[in-house]
Design a protein around this ligand. Sequence first.
Ligand code: SAM
Ligand code: ZN
Length: 479
Amino acid sequence: MITNKISSEPSLEAHEMAIANWKNQTIWTADNLYVMRGMNSESVDLIYLDPPFNSKTNYAAPIGSKAAGAAFKDTWSLSDLDKEWINLLDKGKYASLRRILLAAITASDKSYLVYMASRLLEMKRLLKPTGSIYLHCDPTMSHYLKLVMDAIFGKGNFRNEIVWKRKTGRGETNHRAKRYGTVTDQIFYYSKSSSGRFLPQYDSRSSDYVSHIAKTFPFADDFGCRYGTDNLASPSYRENLIYDYRGYPPPPKGWAISKATMAQWDLEGRLAFPKNPLGRIRRKRFLNEYPGRPISNLWDDIPAIPSHSKERTGYPTQKPLKLLGRIIASNSLPGDVVLDPFCGCATTCIAAEMNGRLWTGIDISPKAGDLLIDRMNSEVEALYKGAIRTDIPRRTDLGKLPPYNCLPNRKFLYGEQDGNCAGCLHHFEARHLEVDHIIARANGGTDHRENLQLLCSSCNRVKGSRDMEYLKAKLQIAA
Ligand SMILES: C[S@@+](CC[C@H](N)C(=O)[O-])C[C@H]1O[C@@H](n2cnc3c(N)ncnc32)[C@H](O)[C@@H]1O
Ligand SMILES: [Zn+2]
Protein backbone atom coordinates (compact mmCIF):
# COMPACT_ATOMS: atom_id res chain seq x y z
CA MET A 1 0.00 0.00 0.00
CA ILE A 2 1.34 3.43 -0.84
CA THR A 3 0.35 6.20 1.51
CA ASN A 4 1.68 9.62 2.20
CA LYS A 5 1.68 9.28 5.94
CA ILE A 6 4.62 10.65 7.81
CA SER A 7 5.04 9.30 11.31
CA SER A 8 4.79 12.11 13.84
CA GLU A 9 7.70 10.52 15.70
CA PRO A 10 10.09 7.96 14.26
CA SER A 11 8.78 4.59 15.37
CA LEU A 12 10.72 1.35 15.21
CA GLU A 13 7.51 -0.64 15.35
CA ALA A 14 6.12 0.65 12.04
CA HIS A 15 7.22 -1.75 9.33
CA GLU A 16 4.90 -0.59 6.60
CA MET A 17 6.65 0.37 3.38
CA ALA A 18 6.22 3.86 2.03
CA ILE A 19 5.84 5.52 5.42
CA ALA A 20 8.51 8.10 6.02
CA ASN A 21 10.37 7.60 9.30
CA TRP A 22 10.74 11.31 9.93
CA LYS A 23 8.51 14.18 10.88
CA ASN A 24 7.15 16.54 8.21
CA GLN A 25 9.33 19.72 7.88
CA THR A 26 12.51 18.04 9.12
CA ILE A 27 15.79 19.71 8.14
CA TRP A 28 18.91 17.61 8.57
CA THR A 29 22.24 19.36 8.80
CA ALA A 30 24.52 16.44 8.01
CA ASP A 31 25.99 14.58 5.05
CA ASN A 32 23.00 13.54 2.95
CA LEU A 33 24.50 10.11 2.15
CA TYR A 34 24.21 8.99 5.75
CA VAL A 35 20.83 10.62 6.34
CA MET A 36 19.34 9.07 3.19
CA ARG A 37 20.68 5.63 4.13
CA GLY A 38 18.58 5.91 7.28
CA MET A 39 15.36 6.84 5.43
CA ASN A 40 12.69 4.30 4.52
CA SER A 41 12.48 2.99 0.96
CA GLU A 42 9.74 4.24 -1.38
CA SER A 43 8.66 7.02 0.96
CA VAL A 44 9.21 10.05 -1.31
CA ASP A 45 7.22 11.31 -4.34
CA LEU A 46 9.57 13.95 -5.71
CA ILE A 47 13.27 14.71 -5.35
CA TYR A 48 14.91 17.91 -6.56
CA LEU A 49 18.67 18.18 -6.16
CA ASP A 50 20.95 21.06 -6.94
CA PRO A 51 24.27 19.61 -5.90
CA PRO A 52 27.71 21.18 -6.15
CA PHE A 53 28.78 20.99 -9.83
CA ASN A 54 32.55 20.42 -9.43
CA SER A 55 32.90 24.00 -10.63
CA LYS A 56 36.29 24.39 -8.86
CA THR A 57 34.76 27.29 -6.95
CA ASN A 58 34.36 27.68 -3.21
CA TYR A 59 31.12 29.48 -2.44
CA ALA A 60 30.51 31.77 0.50
CA ALA A 61 27.56 34.01 1.30
CA PRO A 62 28.28 37.75 1.60
CA ILE A 63 28.78 39.08 5.13
CA GLY A 64 25.67 40.94 6.27
CA SER A 65 23.25 38.80 4.22
CA LYS A 66 20.79 36.45 5.92
CA ALA A 67 22.96 33.56 4.77
CA ALA A 68 26.27 34.99 6.05
CA GLY A 69 28.45 32.19 7.37
CA ALA A 70 27.17 29.65 4.83
CA ALA A 71 29.89 28.24 2.62
CA PHE A 72 30.51 25.13 0.63
CA LYS A 73 33.34 23.72 -1.33
CA ASP A 74 32.83 22.72 -4.95
CA THR A 75 36.22 21.24 -5.75
CA TRP A 76 36.88 17.53 -5.77
CA SER A 77 40.10 15.61 -5.35
CA LEU A 78 40.88 11.93 -5.01
CA SER A 79 40.75 12.11 -1.22
CA ASP A 80 37.00 12.73 -1.53
CA LEU A 81 36.54 9.26 -2.96
CA ASP A 82 36.81 7.76 0.53
CA LYS A 83 34.29 5.12 1.51
CA GLU A 84 31.93 5.50 -1.43
CA TRP A 85 34.51 4.49 -4.00
CA ILE A 86 35.04 1.09 -2.47
CA ASN A 87 31.34 0.32 -2.22
CA LEU A 88 30.57 1.25 -5.79
CA LEU A 89 33.57 -0.05 -7.61
CA ASP A 90 34.76 -3.07 -5.70
CA LYS A 91 31.50 -4.95 -6.16
CA GLY A 92 30.29 -6.42 -9.41
CA LYS A 93 26.73 -5.26 -8.74
CA TYR A 94 26.85 -1.98 -10.68
CA ALA A 95 28.85 -3.05 -13.73
CA SER A 96 27.47 -0.46 -16.18
CA LEU A 97 27.74 2.34 -13.66
CA ARG A 98 31.30 1.29 -12.91
CA ARG A 99 32.20 1.53 -16.61
CA ILE A 100 30.80 5.06 -16.77
CA LEU A 101 32.61 6.18 -13.63
CA LEU A 102 35.89 4.85 -14.96
CA ALA A 103 35.40 6.79 -18.21
CA ALA A 104 35.80 10.14 -16.42
CA ILE A 105 38.96 11.79 -17.69
CA THR A 106 40.41 13.41 -14.59
CA ALA A 107 40.73 12.02 -11.07
CA SER A 108 38.76 15.00 -9.80
CA ASP A 109 35.85 14.25 -12.16
CA LYS A 110 35.93 10.59 -11.19
CA SER A 111 35.86 11.48 -7.54
CA TYR A 112 32.92 13.84 -8.08
CA LEU A 113 30.95 11.22 -10.04
CA VAL A 114 31.47 8.56 -7.40
CA TYR A 115 30.26 11.05 -4.80
CA MET A 116 27.15 11.73 -6.90
CA ALA A 117 26.50 8.12 -7.93
CA SER A 118 26.50 6.78 -4.38
CA ARG A 119 23.94 9.43 -3.40
CA LEU A 120 21.78 8.97 -6.52
CA LEU A 121 21.52 5.24 -5.77
CA GLU A 122 20.04 6.10 -2.38
CA MET A 123 17.65 8.61 -3.98
CA LYS A 124 16.36 5.93 -6.33
CA ARG A 125 15.67 3.65 -3.37
CA LEU A 126 13.77 6.44 -1.59
CA LEU A 127 11.44 7.20 -4.52
CA LYS A 128 8.01 5.61 -4.83
CA PRO A 129 7.33 3.82 -8.18
CA THR A 130 5.27 6.87 -9.21
CA GLY A 131 8.05 9.25 -8.13
CA SER A 132 10.23 11.64 -10.12
CA ILE A 133 13.68 13.17 -9.75
CA TYR A 134 15.09 16.45 -11.07
CA LEU A 135 18.88 16.87 -11.13
CA HIS A 136 19.95 20.48 -11.59
CA CYS A 137 23.43 20.96 -13.05
CA ASP A 138 25.41 22.99 -15.55
CA PRO A 139 27.70 22.11 -18.47
CA THR A 140 30.67 21.52 -16.15
CA MET A 141 29.61 17.91 -15.54
CA SER A 142 26.18 17.54 -17.16
CA HIS A 143 27.42 15.20 -19.91
CA TYR A 144 28.82 12.74 -17.36
CA LEU A 145 25.89 13.13 -14.99
CA LYS A 146 23.46 12.20 -17.77
CA LEU A 147 25.32 8.89 -18.24
CA VAL A 148 25.32 8.23 -14.51
CA MET A 149 21.57 8.99 -14.34
CA ASP A 150 20.93 6.67 -17.32
CA ALA A 151 22.87 3.87 -15.60
CA ILE A 152 21.02 4.32 -12.30
CA PHE A 153 17.45 5.24 -13.33
CA GLY A 154 17.41 3.53 -16.74
CA LYS A 155 17.54 5.26 -20.11
CA GLY A 156 13.86 4.50 -20.61
CA ASN A 157 12.95 6.55 -17.56
CA PHE A 158 14.63 9.70 -18.88
CA ARG A 159 11.88 12.27 -19.47
CA ASN A 160 13.49 15.60 -20.36
CA GLU A 161 16.53 17.75 -20.32
CA ILE A 162 15.11 21.09 -19.21
CA VAL A 163 17.06 24.14 -20.26
CA TRP A 164 16.54 26.90 -17.74
CA LYS A 165 17.53 30.41 -18.78
CA ARG A 166 18.89 31.66 -15.50
CA LYS A 167 20.51 34.88 -16.71
CA THR A 168 19.50 37.61 -19.08
CA GLY A 169 21.98 39.51 -21.24
CA ARG A 170 25.08 38.08 -22.83
CA GLY A 171 26.23 36.04 -19.88
CA GLU A 172 29.91 36.98 -20.11
CA THR A 173 31.23 40.15 -18.60
CA ASN A 174 34.53 40.05 -20.43
CA HIS A 175 33.91 41.30 -23.98
CA ARG A 176 37.07 39.49 -25.10
CA ALA A 177 35.74 36.11 -23.96
CA LYS A 178 36.57 33.28 -26.35
CA ARG A 179 33.15 31.69 -26.28
CA TYR A 180 29.45 32.47 -26.28
CA GLY A 181 28.03 33.66 -23.01
CA THR A 182 26.50 30.87 -20.90
CA VAL A 183 23.05 31.86 -19.67
CA THR A 184 21.46 28.46 -19.07
CA ASP A 185 21.54 25.54 -16.63
CA GLN A 186 20.41 21.99 -17.36
CA ILE A 187 17.89 20.06 -15.31
CA PHE A 188 17.60 16.32 -15.98
CA TYR A 189 14.15 14.93 -15.26
CA TYR A 190 13.70 11.17 -14.78
CA SER A 191 10.87 9.11 -13.40
CA LYS A 192 11.45 6.13 -11.16
CA SER A 193 9.41 3.84 -13.44
CA SER A 194 7.06 3.94 -16.41
CA SER A 195 4.25 4.85 -13.99
CA GLY A 196 5.96 8.12 -13.00
CA ARG A 197 3.43 10.89 -12.34
CA PHE A 198 3.39 13.88 -14.69
CA LEU A 199 0.90 16.75 -14.64
CA PRO A 200 1.35 19.00 -17.71
CA GLN A 201 1.72 22.70 -16.95
CA TYR A 202 0.43 25.53 -19.12
CA ASP A 203 1.91 28.92 -19.75
CA SER A 204 -0.31 31.95 -19.55
CA ARG A 205 2.22 34.51 -18.36
CA SER A 206 5.18 34.75 -20.71
CA SER A 207 5.86 38.05 -22.47
CA ASP A 208 4.78 36.81 -25.92
CA TYR A 209 1.61 35.16 -24.63
CA VAL A 210 -0.65 38.03 -25.77
CA SER A 211 0.64 37.86 -29.35
CA HIS A 212 0.41 34.03 -29.22
CA ILE A 213 -3.28 34.31 -28.25
CA ALA A 214 -3.96 36.92 -30.91
CA LYS A 215 -2.45 34.60 -33.54
CA THR A 216 -4.07 31.38 -32.30
CA PHE A 217 -7.59 32.80 -31.68
CA PRO A 218 -8.05 35.51 -34.34
CA PHE A 219 -11.89 35.33 -34.74
CA ALA A 220 -14.95 36.12 -32.61
CA ASP A 221 -18.37 34.42 -32.97
CA ASP A 222 -21.81 36.07 -32.68
CA PHE A 223 -21.58 35.91 -28.87
CA GLY A 224 -18.14 37.58 -28.82
CA CYS A 225 -16.31 34.31 -27.98
CA ARG A 226 -12.76 34.29 -29.40
CA TYR A 227 -11.80 31.25 -31.44
CA GLY A 228 -9.27 29.82 -33.89
CA THR A 229 -9.87 27.12 -36.51
CA ASP A 230 -8.21 23.75 -37.21
CA ASN A 231 -8.14 21.43 -40.17
CA LEU A 232 -10.83 18.70 -40.07
CA ALA A 233 -9.44 16.56 -42.93
CA SER A 234 -8.28 13.00 -42.24
CA PRO A 235 -4.48 12.63 -42.68
CA SER A 236 -4.92 9.13 -44.18
CA TYR A 237 -7.54 7.76 -46.59
CA ARG A 238 -10.72 6.71 -44.70
CA GLU A 239 -13.41 5.47 -47.05
CA ASN A 240 -16.12 5.40 -44.36
CA LEU A 241 -15.45 9.05 -43.50
CA ILE A 242 -16.08 10.33 -47.01
CA TYR A 243 -19.46 12.09 -46.91
CA ASP A 244 -21.04 15.46 -47.80
CA TYR A 245 -22.09 17.64 -44.91
CA ARG A 246 -24.62 20.43 -45.35
CA GLY A 247 -23.74 20.40 -49.02
CA TYR A 248 -19.98 20.83 -48.45
CA PRO A 249 -17.92 18.15 -50.25
CA PRO A 250 -15.52 15.91 -48.26
CA PRO A 251 -11.71 16.32 -48.41
CA PRO A 252 -10.05 13.82 -50.83
CA LYS A 253 -9.04 11.44 -47.95
CA GLY A 254 -12.27 11.97 -45.97
CA TRP A 255 -13.07 13.78 -42.70
CA ALA A 256 -11.22 13.19 -39.40
CA ILE A 257 -14.56 12.57 -37.60
CA SER A 258 -17.72 10.57 -38.18
CA LYS A 259 -20.92 12.12 -39.53
CA ALA A 260 -22.54 11.76 -36.07
CA THR A 261 -19.72 13.70 -34.40
CA MET A 262 -19.86 16.30 -37.14
CA ALA A 263 -23.58 16.79 -36.42
CA GLN A 264 -22.93 16.99 -32.68
CA TRP A 265 -20.20 19.62 -33.11
CA ASP A 266 -22.46 21.54 -35.48
CA LEU A 267 -25.13 21.61 -32.77
CA GLU A 268 -22.58 22.88 -30.25
CA GLY A 269 -21.42 25.65 -32.61
CA ARG A 270 -17.96 24.11 -32.99
CA LEU A 271 -17.86 24.19 -36.81
CA ALA A 272 -16.80 27.06 -39.09
CA PHE A 273 -18.51 26.96 -42.52
CA PRO A 274 -16.77 28.74 -45.39
CA LYS A 275 -18.63 31.16 -47.64
CA ASN A 276 -17.42 29.29 -50.72
CA PRO A 277 -19.76 26.24 -51.14
CA LEU A 278 -16.78 24.20 -52.37
CA GLY A 279 -14.59 25.26 -49.42
CA ARG A 280 -13.66 23.12 -46.39
CA ILE A 281 -15.47 22.97 -43.02
CA ARG A 282 -13.05 23.62 -40.12
CA ARG A 283 -13.18 22.97 -36.39
CA LYS A 284 -13.48 25.95 -34.02
CA ARG A 285 -11.25 26.04 -30.89
CA PHE A 286 -12.40 28.49 -28.28
CA LEU A 287 -10.12 30.65 -26.16
CA ASN A 288 -12.22 30.11 -23.04
CA GLU A 289 -11.56 26.34 -23.29
CA TYR A 290 -7.81 26.74 -23.82
CA PRO A 291 -5.75 25.74 -20.77
CA GLY A 292 -2.74 27.75 -22.02
CA ARG A 293 0.30 26.90 -24.08
CA PRO A 294 1.80 23.61 -22.80
CA ILE A 295 5.15 24.27 -21.14
CA SER A 296 8.03 22.81 -23.15
CA ASN A 297 11.51 21.84 -21.97
CA LEU A 298 12.77 25.38 -22.64
CA TRP A 299 12.15 27.41 -19.49
CA ASP A 300 12.93 31.00 -20.35
CA ASP A 301 10.10 32.57 -18.38
CA ILE A 302 11.55 32.17 -14.87
CA PRO A 303 14.04 34.94 -14.19
CA ALA A 304 16.78 34.90 -11.56
CA ILE A 305 15.77 36.38 -8.18
CA PRO A 306 15.91 40.19 -8.44
CA SER A 307 18.55 41.72 -6.14
CA HIS A 308 16.04 43.58 -3.94
CA SER A 309 13.49 40.78 -3.73
CA LYS A 310 12.25 39.67 -0.30
CA GLU A 311 13.03 36.16 -1.53
CA ARG A 312 16.80 36.79 -1.76
CA THR A 313 18.70 35.40 1.20
CA GLY A 314 22.22 36.05 -0.08
CA TYR A 315 22.85 32.29 -0.18
CA PRO A 316 25.21 31.57 -3.06
CA THR A 317 23.45 29.53 -5.77
CA GLN A 318 19.96 30.22 -4.37
CA LYS A 319 17.27 29.17 -6.87
CA PRO A 320 13.96 31.00 -7.48
CA LEU A 321 10.82 29.73 -5.74
CA LYS A 322 9.01 29.91 -9.08
CA LEU A 323 11.38 27.30 -10.55
CA LEU A 324 10.68 24.90 -7.73
CA GLY A 325 6.96 25.76 -7.82
CA ARG A 326 6.78 24.56 -11.42
CA ILE A 327 8.62 21.29 -10.67
CA ILE A 328 6.43 20.61 -7.65
CA ALA A 329 3.23 21.29 -9.63
CA SER A 330 4.37 19.05 -12.52
CA ASN A 331 5.12 15.95 -10.48
CA SER A 332 3.29 15.97 -7.17
CA LEU A 333 -0.14 16.49 -5.64
CA PRO A 334 -1.02 18.26 -2.39
CA GLY A 335 0.00 16.00 0.49
CA ASP A 336 2.81 14.32 -1.46
CA VAL A 337 6.34 14.10 -0.05
CA VAL A 338 9.17 16.23 -1.47
CA LEU A 339 12.87 15.80 -0.64
CA ASP A 340 15.80 18.10 -1.41
CA PRO A 341 19.03 16.40 -0.30
CA PHE A 342 21.18 19.51 -1.09
CA CYS A 343 18.69 22.07 0.16
CA GLY A 344 20.97 25.12 0.68
CA CYS A 345 18.76 27.96 1.87
CA ALA A 346 15.72 25.65 1.75
CA THR A 347 14.11 26.96 -1.46
CA THR A 348 12.52 23.57 -2.25
CA CYS A 349 11.21 23.24 1.31
CA ILE A 350 9.62 26.70 1.21
CA ALA A 351 8.09 26.07 -2.24
CA ALA A 352 6.76 22.70 -1.03
CA GLU A 353 5.24 24.32 2.06
CA MET A 354 3.61 27.07 -0.03
CA ASN A 355 2.05 24.40 -2.25
CA GLY A 356 0.72 22.18 0.53
CA ARG A 357 3.25 19.37 0.15
CA LEU A 358 5.03 17.48 2.94
CA TRP A 359 8.78 17.91 2.83
CA THR A 360 12.25 17.34 4.20
CA GLY A 361 15.60 18.88 3.32
CA ILE A 362 19.22 17.95 3.98
CA ASP A 363 22.30 20.17 3.85
CA ILE A 364 25.73 19.63 5.24
CA SER A 365 25.90 23.29 6.31
CA PRO A 366 24.51 24.05 9.78
CA LYS A 367 23.27 27.34 8.32
CA ALA A 368 20.45 25.52 6.45
CA GLY A 369 18.29 25.20 9.58
CA ASP A 370 18.55 28.91 10.48
CA LEU A 371 17.74 29.95 6.93
CA LEU A 372 14.74 27.65 6.78
CA ILE A 373 13.27 29.07 10.01
CA ASP A 374 13.92 32.59 8.82
CA ARG A 375 12.19 31.96 5.49
CA MET A 376 9.27 30.12 7.10
CA ASN A 377 8.66 33.27 9.19
CA SER A 378 9.20 35.89 6.53
CA GLU A 379 7.95 34.21 3.35
CA VAL A 380 5.38 31.63 4.43
CA GLU A 381 4.33 33.42 7.61
CA ALA A 382 3.79 30.03 9.22
CA LEU A 383 4.97 28.75 12.53
CA TYR A 384 7.73 26.21 12.03
CA LYS A 385 6.63 22.93 13.62
CA GLY A 386 9.36 20.70 12.21
CA ALA A 387 12.67 19.51 13.59
CA ILE A 388 16.29 20.34 12.89
CA ARG A 389 18.33 17.17 13.26
CA THR A 390 21.97 16.22 12.95
CA ASP A 391 21.55 12.52 13.80
CA ILE A 392 21.01 9.71 11.32
CA PRO A 393 17.48 8.29 11.20
CA ARG A 394 16.90 4.57 11.75
CA ARG A 395 14.94 2.81 9.06
CA THR A 396 11.62 1.36 10.21
CA ASP A 397 10.74 -0.47 7.00
CA LEU A 398 13.15 -3.37 7.21
CA GLY A 399 10.96 -5.78 9.11
CA LYS A 400 12.76 -8.13 11.42
CA LEU A 401 16.20 -9.13 10.18
CA PRO A 402 18.08 -12.00 11.83
CA PRO A 403 21.00 -10.98 14.07
CA TYR A 404 23.74 -9.81 11.73
CA ASN A 405 26.25 -12.43 12.95
CA CYS A 406 23.84 -15.40 12.83
CA LEU A 407 25.07 -18.73 11.42
CA PRO A 408 23.17 -18.49 8.06
CA ASN A 409 24.77 -15.07 7.41
CA ARG A 410 28.24 -16.38 8.32
CA LYS A 411 27.83 -19.42 6.04
CA PHE A 412 26.54 -17.31 3.15
CA LEU A 413 29.35 -14.76 3.45
CA TYR A 414 32.01 -17.45 3.83
CA GLY A 415 30.86 -18.98 0.54
CA GLU A 416 30.60 -15.59 -1.18
CA GLN A 417 34.14 -14.59 -0.13
CA ASP A 418 35.62 -18.07 -0.78
CA GLY A 419 36.76 -18.11 2.85
CA ASN A 420 38.96 -15.02 2.41
CA CYS A 421 39.08 -11.96 4.67
CA ALA A 422 37.53 -8.97 2.78
CA GLY A 423 40.42 -6.78 4.00
CA CYS A 424 43.79 -8.56 3.76
CA LEU A 425 42.32 -11.21 1.40
CA HIS A 426 44.05 -14.06 3.30
CA HIS A 427 42.27 -17.38 3.64
CA PHE A 428 40.96 -18.35 7.08
CA GLU A 429 38.91 -21.10 8.67
CA ALA A 430 35.33 -19.89 9.21
CA ARG A 431 35.74 -19.67 13.00
CA HIS A 432 38.54 -17.11 12.60
CA LEU A 433 36.44 -14.67 10.56
CA GLU A 434 34.12 -12.04 12.09
CA VAL A 435 31.00 -10.42 10.61
CA ASP A 436 31.57 -6.70 9.94
CA HIS A 437 29.17 -3.93 8.78
CA ILE A 438 30.71 -2.49 5.60
CA ILE A 439 29.02 0.83 6.36
CA ALA A 440 29.02 1.10 10.14
CA ARG A 441 25.66 1.20 11.85
CA ALA A 442 26.66 4.58 13.28
CA ASN A 443 26.76 5.87 9.67
CA GLY A 444 23.38 4.51 8.68
CA GLY A 445 24.59 1.02 7.64
CA THR A 446 21.98 -1.73 8.05
CA ASP A 447 22.04 -5.43 9.05
CA HIS A 448 21.19 -6.46 5.47
CA ARG A 449 23.52 -9.06 3.98
CA GLU A 450 24.46 -6.54 1.32
CA ASN A 451 26.08 -4.46 4.04
CA LEU A 452 27.90 -7.37 5.70
CA GLN A 453 31.28 -8.96 5.10
CA LEU A 454 33.75 -11.23 6.89
CA LEU A 455 37.01 -9.81 8.22
CA CYS A 456 39.80 -11.51 10.12
CA SER A 457 40.03 -10.28 13.70
CA SER A 458 43.11 -8.18 12.99
CA CYS A 459 41.45 -6.35 10.02
CA ASN A 460 38.26 -5.93 12.01
CA ARG A 461 40.16 -4.25 14.87
CA VAL A 462 41.89 -1.84 12.47
CA LYS A 463 38.65 -0.93 10.69
CA GLY A 464 36.46 -0.50 13.78
CA SER A 465 33.46 1.60 12.75
CA ARG A 466 35.39 3.28 9.94
CA ASP A 467 35.07 2.56 6.24
CA MET A 468 36.84 0.13 3.93
CA GLU A 469 38.93 2.86 2.34
CA TYR A 470 40.56 3.45 5.72
CA LEU A 471 41.27 -0.25 6.20
CA LYS A 472 42.70 -0.63 2.68
CA ALA A 473 44.91 2.44 3.13
CA LYS A 474 46.21 1.04 6.44
CA LEU A 475 46.88 -2.35 4.86
CA GLN A 476 48.76 -0.70 1.99
CA ILE A 477 50.96 1.25 4.42
CA ALA A 478 51.68 -1.96 6.36
CA ALA A 479 52.58 -3.91 3.18
C1 SAM B 1 24.12 24.53 -5.18
S1 SAM B 1 23.78 24.57 -3.47
C2 SAM B 1 22.02 24.35 -3.33
C3 SAM B 1 21.25 25.64 -3.38
C4 SAM B 1 19.74 25.45 -3.21
N1 SAM B 1 19.12 24.86 -4.38
C5 SAM B 1 19.04 26.76 -2.88
O1 SAM B 1 18.15 27.21 -3.61
O2 SAM B 1 19.45 27.35 -1.89
C6 SAM B 1 24.47 23.03 -2.97
C7 SAM B 1 24.33 22.73 -1.49
O3 SAM B 1 24.77 21.40 -1.25
C8 SAM B 1 25.30 21.34 0.07
N2 SAM B 1 26.08 20.11 0.16
C9 SAM B 1 27.28 19.81 -0.40
N3 SAM B 1 27.65 18.55 -0.10
C10 SAM B 1 26.65 18.02 0.66
C11 SAM B 1 26.45 16.75 1.27
N4 SAM B 1 27.33 15.77 1.15
N5 SAM B 1 25.32 16.56 2.00
C12 SAM B 1 24.40 17.55 2.10
N6 SAM B 1 24.56 18.77 1.55
C13 SAM B 1 25.65 19.01 0.84
C14 SAM B 1 26.08 22.64 0.20
O4 SAM B 1 26.23 23.02 1.56
C15 SAM B 1 25.16 23.62 -0.57
O5 SAM B 1 24.28 24.29 0.30
ZN1 ZN C 1 42.27 -9.67 7.25
